[in-house]
Design a protein around this ligand. Structure first.
Ligand SMILES: [Zn+2]
Length: 176
């Protein structure tokens, strides 16, 4: 009798446990579903906030641009904004100077011996006296890669030249 009783108790406990596990699993999955809905909404809101904030920035920038343009044309602006406008004028000048410098550098060649920047028409390097006649060195778009189309004439000091700067005519095709 005891055995039967115990078995019955165990069975009941097992059924209770199983149903309670099922119940909490059901609750758990509805909680998870709710949480994921919330996460989706949070992501959507975050994207919308970024989009609206980006529009705000553009409008603020446009307002600032219009005020500074007025200032640059001598039109009266709020004196509180003059300092900011002066900063912008300075920054614009810096950018222009750097762009001009790039144009200037692109029109130059570099002495293969000492690396001095030379005007494109210069024949003798004023720094080391190297004859750059027939040497055509241009600065690539990247401002890093040097292209040497032709090397003739004064190659007496060739052995002392850095290998990266000089590519002999016969190696040109395989070097690139
Ligand atoms: Zn030189």
């Amino acid at each position: 009798m005891d055995f039967k009783n115990t078995l019955s108790k165990i069975r009941k406990t097992a059924i209770d446990t199983a149903s309670s596990v099922a119940q909490s699993a059901k609750e758990g999955s509805s909680v998870i579903a709710k949480k994921s809905e919330e996460l989706v909404e949070i992501s959507k809101l975050t994207v919308s906030i970024s989009s609206e904030e980006s529009k705000l920035k553009d409008i603020y920038a446009e307002i600032g641009k219009q005020i500074c343009e007025k200032y640059e044309h001598g039109i009266y602006i709020d004196p509180d904004l003059v300092e900011n406008c002066n900063d912008i004028v300075k920054l614009k000048t810096n950018v222009k100077n750097m762009k001009d410098r790039i144009i200037q550098l692109k029109n130059k060649k570099f002495c293969p011996k000492c690396g001095e920047a030379l005007e494109s028409e210069t024949v003798f390097c004023p720094k080391c006296g190297y004859s750059s006649e027939n040497i055509n060195i241009t600065v690539e778009e990247s401002n890093e890669a040097f292209e040497i189309n032709e090397i003739q004439g004064n190659i007496a000091d060739e052995e002392t030249l850095p290998e990266t700067e000089i590519i002999e005519e016969e190696n040109k095709d395989t070097a690139f």
